[in-house]
Design a protein. Structure first.
Lengths: 881, 128
C-alpha cells in the first residue's frame, strides 16, 4: 500500500521534474543565504560570509543530485547514462562506426554460421518423434555400414523385439515419358510402412497400405511435392491417374508434403512400394536396401543394436554362405543424416567464434585508447563527485550501447550472410538440412546473436572499467600521462594485441591447411587422365532391349555413333565411372588358397574393350580386353595393382584363376592383365582391389559412356546427349558431365571448398583486424612516448636507433603473437585432422607461410609509426607540453 | 580554477562522512519532532535542531534535503511555499496526521532501543 503511494508520488513527480528541481534549487539557495547572514551577523564581511556559506554547504549540484535520487526511479539514471554514452559516440563518429562495423562483422559471421549449425545439428529431424528413429543396416569388416539384403530384412523384421517398426528403402530410377522423349527420373522403393514410421502423412491421397509392398501387388506411386508441382502442374485430380514408368503403368495414390525430405534419397521424385524382387533381391547375399526403424518405448539404441546383432549372428549360422561375418549396425537416424557434417560445421563455428573474439578484442582496444584520452575528463568527473561505481557504469553503458548497436547491425549482416551462404552451400550439406529456404533469423539464432553481443558488451565495458579500477585518478588531473598510468594501458593494450595476432595465426593456419588439403584432394593420383574426358549415363529400358544381342548391338551402336562425332578421339562404356564410389563389389575366392567362407570383397567393373585406352589407364603386364572377349569365349579378367598385391602377395597373378565363394565352374575366370590402380572411389578414399570384366558377359542395362575428346569436353556434352537420344528416343540419357567437374564436385571436395573459402575469409578478416590492432598499439605508444623520444634524440640518439626501438617493440609483440599462434594452430589442426586430406597438423610449409605472411604484414604496419617516431623533431617534442 | 589540489579520495571520504553523524533513521524522527511545534522551512529545521540540542547535533544540508524528499514521498510531511517574516519566499514543511502517527512509532522504537542500550551498558559496568 505504502509502496504504491510512494510509486504514484514518484510518477507524479516524474512529470514535474523541472518544478521539483526549481523548488529544490530555490530552497537550498535560501538556506545558503540564511547561513551567509549568520556568518555576517558574526562579523565577517558579506563577501567572506558568502564563501564561508558556500564552503559549509559543499557541492550544490551534488547535493541536489542526492535529493533528486530520492524521488527518482532507478531507470532514470540509466537513461541519463545512455544519453551520455550516445553523446560520446556522436562526438567520435569514426570510432563508433568502426567499432559497430567490426562488431557487426564478428556477430554477423558467427550468427550466420550458427544458423547452419542450428539447422543441421540442433534442430530435430522433421519427422514425428525423431529421436526414436534409428538407421538400421548390415555391417561387415570392410563396410561398417553396408546395405541390407531383402531376405535379411524380412528375417530381421520378423525376429526383432526392440523395434516398433522396421522399414526399408532403396534407390531406383524410371524412364518417364515426357512428350517424345523418355526422361530418367530418380525414385525410391520403400516398404509399405516407411512413411508411417517416419510419421509423414501425404497431403493428398493415401499412404501405402500394409501388404501393398508384396510381390504381385498393383503398381502404385507417390509424388514428391516438387514433382507434383513441376511435372503435374499441382493438379489435385492427379490422384488416381495412371503414368507410364519405364513402360509400365503406375497409379498415382498420393502427394507428399512440401517440407518432406529424406536425405539418403533426397533426389527421389517418385516413391513406389518394393513389390517384385529384382535379380539382386532373390539372393540373400546381394545387399541393395537400407533400413530405418522406430525404437519401442523404453528401448535404447544400444539395446536395439544388441538385439539385431544377435539376430544377424543367428542368420550367419543358418546361412553361412551368404551371411558369415555379416553383423548389424544401428545408429540414431540423425547420425546418418548429419554425422559427417558435424566436424565441418563445428570447425566453421569455431572459426567464426575466433573471428568474433578478435573483433571484440579489437573494439575493446579501440575503446581503451579512447578511455586513455579521456583520462582527464574522468578525473574531473570524479573530482566533481562522480562515484567510482557511477564512472564504471558510464563505461559499461557505453560498452552495452556499442554492443547493442553492433548486435543489431550484426543481425542484419547475419541475414545477408545467411542468404549468401545458402547460395554457396554444397549439396551434401543442403541435404542434411530440413528446409534451406527457411534458414534465417529464428529464436535460436537471435538468442545466439544476443549471447554474442552480451559477451562483447562484457568485454567492452570490462576493459575500460578495469583500467579505471586499477588506476589512481589523481595524476590524471595533472595531465602529461608520462607516468605509471599509460604504462598500465600500454601493457593491457599490448596483451590484447598479442591475443589478436594469436587468433589471426590460428585462423590463417587453419585456412592454409584446408587449402592445401583441398589442393591435394583435387590433384590426387587417380591413375588415369581426368582431363578431356566427357561422361554420360544411359538407361536402356528392359522392354525395348530385352535380349542379350539387342544390348550388345546397342553398345556397338553407341560407340560407333559417338566415336564418329567430330572432336571425339575414342569412347567406351562401363558399368561404373571412376572416382564414383567403392561400391558394386563381388566376393571372390582363389583356388589353392586357404578359404574359410570369408568375404573377400573386391570392386567389380564391367567395361567395353576400349575402356582402359579411353581412360589412359596404364597396363603393367598382360593384355587389355578385345572384341573377342564376349559371351562365346571363356570369362577373363584384368586386375588392378592393389588386387594383385592383396590376393597374390609376392606372386605374378597373370594367368591365375579366380572364382566365386563356391568356385563354381561358371564363375571361374583367368587373369589376363594387371593395370595400375584407377581410383574408383571418392578421391579421399584409399584405392581398393578391383576386378575388371568385359561388359559383353554381364550386359548391364544401366551404364555410363566415357568419351575422350580432343577439345573442350564441356562443349561436347550437348552434342553427346543429342547423339545418344538420336539412337533411340526410349533411351534414358542423363547426368552428362566432365570428369574434372565430378572430381571437384565430390562430397569431400565440395565441403572442402566451402570450408576453405569460409575459413579463408575469416582468416583474411582476422589478419586485417590483427594488423590494424598492432598498428594502433604501436602508433599509440609512439604518441605517448613523443617526449621520451625527444629526450633521447636531444641526448644524441640516432634516428636509426629510434626506428629500431619502435620496430623492436612491434617485433616483440608480433613474435609473441606468432609463437603463441603457431602453438595453438598445431593444437587446433590436431582437432580438425579428420577434415584434412594428406596434410599433417604440423605441416611445416603451411605454418612457415603463415608466420611469414603475418610477420610481413606486421612489419608493414609498424613501419609507419616507426617512421613517424624517427622523424620527431626533438625541439618540438620537448616544448609540446 | 584549478581543481587538482583536491584529491578525489578525500572528496569521497568527506562526502561519506557527511552522512551518518546521527544514528541511521534518527534524522527523520528529529525532523518530524521539530515540525510538531510549527511548520518550518529547511533552514529553520536545521537551526531548530542545532539550537535545541545545544549545538551537539548539526544537520548537514547534504542529508537534510534528501531526508525531506523522503518524508514528502512517504506522505508524512507536506510542503508549501509561504512568505517568511522578512517577506522572503520559503518552502514550509508541515507535519501530516500520518507523520504524527509515524513519529509516535519512531519515538517509542527509539526509546526502546535507548533503554536496551542503557541496560547493556549498565550490565557491562557491573561486570567491570
Amino acid at each position: 500500500m505504502n509502496a504504491l503511494v510512494r510509486w504514484l508520488r514518484k510518477t507524479a513527480l516524474l512529470f514535474r521534474r523541472r518544478d521539483f528541481d526549481q523548488d529544490l534549487q530555490e530552497e537550498m539557495a535560501f538556506h545558503r543565504e540564511q547561513t551567509a547572514k549568520e556568518f555576517e551577523a558574526a562579523g565577517t564581511t558579506p563577501e567572506a560570509a558568502r564563501y564561508a556559506a558556500m564552503r559549509q554547504f559543499g557541492n550544490a549540484t551534488l547535493l541536489q543530485e542526492r535529493s533528486r535520487e530520492v524521488v527518482q526511479f532507478r531507470v532514470e539514471t540509466v537513461v541519463q547514462d545512455l544519453r551520455f554514452a550516445l553523446r560520446q559516440l556522436r562526438r567520435s563518429p569514426g570510432l563508433a562506426l568502426t567499432a559497430i562495423l567490426v562488431l557487426a562483422l564478428g556477430i554477423g559471421a558467427s550468427t550466420a554460421i550458427f544458423a547452419f549449425v542450428d539447422a543441421v545439428l540442433i534442430r530435430p529431424l522433421p519427422y514425428a518423434g525423431p529421436n526414436r528413429l534409428v538407421d538400421v543396416d548390415e555391417s561387415e569388416a570392410v563396410f561398417p555400414r553396408s546395405n541390407l539384403s531383402r531376405a535379411d530384412y524380412e528375417d530381421w523384421k520378423r525376429l526383432n523385439t526392440t523395434l516398433k517398426s522396421l522399414e526399408v528403402y532403396g534407390g531406383t530410377g524410371f524412364l518417364l515419358r515426357a512428350g517424345s522423349l523418355s526422361e530418367p527420373v530418380p525414385a525410391a522403393r520403400v516398404s509399405d510402412g516407411f512413411f508411417r514410421t517416419l510419421g509423414v502423412t501425404p497431403i493428398l491421397g493415401r499412404d501405402f497400405r500394409p501388404g501393398e509392398d508384396k510381390p504381385g501387388q498393383p503398381k502404385i506411386a507417390m509424388l514428391s511435392y516438387g514433382t507434383w508441382m513441376t511435372r503435374f502442374g499441382g493438379r489435385r485430380e492427379v490422384i488416381g491417374e495412371t503414368i507410364s514408368l519405364s513402360g509400365e503403368a503406375y497409379t498415382i495414390v498420393a502427394v507428399l508434403p512440401r517440407g518432406f525430405s529424406f536425405a539418403p534419397r533426397a533426389s527421389a521424385e517418385l516413391w513406389v512400394p518394393l513389390l517384385d524382387k529384382n535379380g539382386c533381391e532373390t539372393r540373400r547375399s546381394c545387399h541393395n536396401l537400407d533400413g530405418v526403424g522406430r525404437l519401442r518405448d523404453g528401448v535404447t539404441v544400444r539395446t536395439a543394436s544388441a538385439d539385431l546383432k544377435a539376430i544377424a549372428a543367428q542368420l550367419a549360422l543358418a546361412y553361412p554362405g551368404s551371411n558369415q561375418g555379416q553383423s548389424a549396425s544401428v545408429v540414431p537416424l540423425t547420425e546418418l543424416f548429419v554425422g559427417k557434417l558435424r566436424p565441418t560445421l563445428l570447425m566453421l563455428l569455431a572459426g567464426a567464434g575466433l573471428l568474433l573474439l578478435i573483433a571484440g578484442v579489437n573494439v575493446a582496444s579501440l575503446l581503451l585508447v579512447r578511455a586513455e584520452s579521456r583520462r582527464r575528463e574522468t578525473a574531473v568527473r570524479s573530482a566533481l563527485g562522480a562515484t567510482p561505481a557511477r564512472l564504471v557504469r558510464l563505461f559499461t553503458t557505453e560498452g552495452l550501447l556499442l554492443a547493442g548497436l553492433g548486435c543489431a547491425a550484426g543481425m542484419l549482416s547475419a541475414v545477408f550472410m545467411i542468404s549468401l551462404l545458402t547460395r554457396i552451400v554444397p549439396k551434401p550439406m543442403a541435404q542434411g538440412m530440413p528446409i534451406l529456404d527457411a534458414l534465417g533469423l529464428n529464436l535460436h539464432t537471435v538468442l545466439f546473436a544476443a549471447a554474442a553481443a552480451l559477451l562483447a558488451a562484457v568485454l567492452l565495458s570490462a576493459t575500460p572499467a578495469l583500467r579505471l579500477a586499477f588506476r589512481d585518478v589523481h595524476p590524471g588531473l595533472s595531465d602529461g600521462g608520462r607516468g605509471t598510468a599509460s604504462r598500465f594501458w600500454r601493457r593491457l593494450g599490448a596483451n590484447l594485441v598479442v591475443v589478436e595476432l594469436t587468433v589471426a595465426v590460428v585462423l590463417l593456419a587453419g585456412a592454409g591447411l584446408l587449402a592445401k588439403s583441398f589442393y591435394l584432394l583435387l590433384h590426387v593420383e587417380t591413375g588415369f587422365d581426368t582431363t578431356h574426358l566427357a561422361t554420360v549415363y544411359v538407361m536402356a529400358p528392359d522392354n525395348v532391349y530385352s535380349k542379350p544381342e539387342q544390348k550388345i548391338a546397342l553398345y556397338h551402336q553407341i560407340l560407333e555413333k559417338v566415336s564418329a562425332m567430330p572432336g571425339v578421339q575414342s569412347a567406351a562404356v562401363t558399368s561404373d565411372l571412376p572416382l564414383n564410389c567403392n561400391c558394386d563389389t563381388d566376393w571372390i575366392r582363389i583356388p589353392g588358397k586357404p578359404f574359410h567362407g570369408e568375404h573377400n570383397e573386391v570392386l567389380q567393373r564391367d567395361v567395353s574393350p576400349q575402356y582402359m585406352a579411353v581412360l589412359k589407364a596404364k597396363l603393367l603386364r598382360g593384355r587389355m580386353f578385345t572384341e573377342a572377349d564376349d559371351a562365346n569365349h571363356p570369362q577373363v579378367t584384368i586386375l588392378n595393382e592393389s588386387m594383385e598385391k592383396k590376393y597374390f602377395p609376392g606372386e605374378d597373378a597373370l594367368g591365375k584363376m579366380i572364382g566365386d565363394g563356391d568356385l563354381s565352374p561358371k564363375s571361374m575366370r583367368q587373369v589376363i592383365g594387371i593395370i595400375e590402380d584407377v581410383r574408383e572411389g571418392a578421391p579421399e578414399d584409399q584405392p581398393w582391389p578391383a576386378e575388371y570384366f568385359s561388359i559383353y558377359h554381364s550386359l548391364d542395362p544401366y551404364f555410363a559412356v566415357a568419351v575422350r575428346t580432343g577439345q573442350d569436353e564441356n562443349a561436347m556434352l550437348p552434342g553427346l546427349v543429342k547423339t545418344l537420344r538420336g539412337i533411340n528416343p526410349n533411351l534414358g540419357v542423363y547426368g552428362e558431365s566432365s570428369m574434372i567437374a565430378q572430381l571437384s564436385s565430390s562430397q569431400s571436395a565440395l565441403l572442402h571448398r566451402f570450408s576453405t573459402w569460409l575459413v579463408g575469409g575469416f582468416a583474411g578478416l582476422a589478419l586485417v583486424l590483427g594488423v590494424v590492432g598492432l598498428y594502433g598499439v604501436v602508433a599509440y605508444s609512439v604518441s605517448q612516448r613523443t617526449r621520451e623520444i625527444g629526450v633521447r634524440m636531444a641526448l644524441g640518439a640516432q634516428r636509426s636507433s629510434i626506428h629500431g626501438l619502435i620496430l623492436k617493440e612491434a617485433g616483440w609483440l608480433t613474435a609473441a603473437g606468432i609463437i603463441a599462434g603457431l602453438a595453438c594452430s598445431v593444437a587446433a589442426a590436431h582437432l580438425m585432422r579428420t577434415l584434412l586430406y594428406g596434410v599433417h597438423a604440423w605441416d611445416f610449409t603451411t605454418l612457415a607461410a603463415v608466420a611469414t605472411v603475418l610477420g610481413a604484414a606486421a612489419l608493414l604496419a609498424s613501419l609507419i609509426p616507426a617512421r613517424r617516431a624517427s622523424s620527431i623533431n626533438p625541439v618540438e617534442a620537448l616544448s609540446a607540453e | 580554477m584549478t581543481v587538482d589540489i583536491l584529491s578525489i579520495e578525500r572528496l569521497w571520504l568527506s562526502a561519506m562522512a557527511a552522512k551518518p553523524e546521527l544514528m541511521p533513521g534518527t534524522l527523520d524522527m528529529l525532523i518530524l519532532k521539530t515540525l510538531t511545534r510549527a511548520p518550518l522551512h529547511g533552514y529553520g529545521i536545521a537551526q531548530s535542531i542545532k539550537r535545541v540540542s545545544d549545538s551537539v547535533l548539526t544537520v548537514e544540508e547534504g542529508s537534510l534535503y534528501p531526508a525531506l524528499q523522503r518524508l514528502l514521498l512517504q506522505g508524512w510531511v507536506k510542503a508549501e511555499w509561504k512568505k517568511t517574516e522578512t517577506n522572503r519566499r520559503a518552502r514550509y514543511y508541515t507535519l501530516t496526521a500520518a507523520g504524527r502517527k509515524q513519529l509516535g512509532i519512531e519515538v517509542s522504537d527509539f526509546q526502546k532501543m535507548i533503554a536496551a542500550i542503557g541496560r547493556v551498558l549498565e550490565d557491562a559496568q557491573e561486570a567491570a
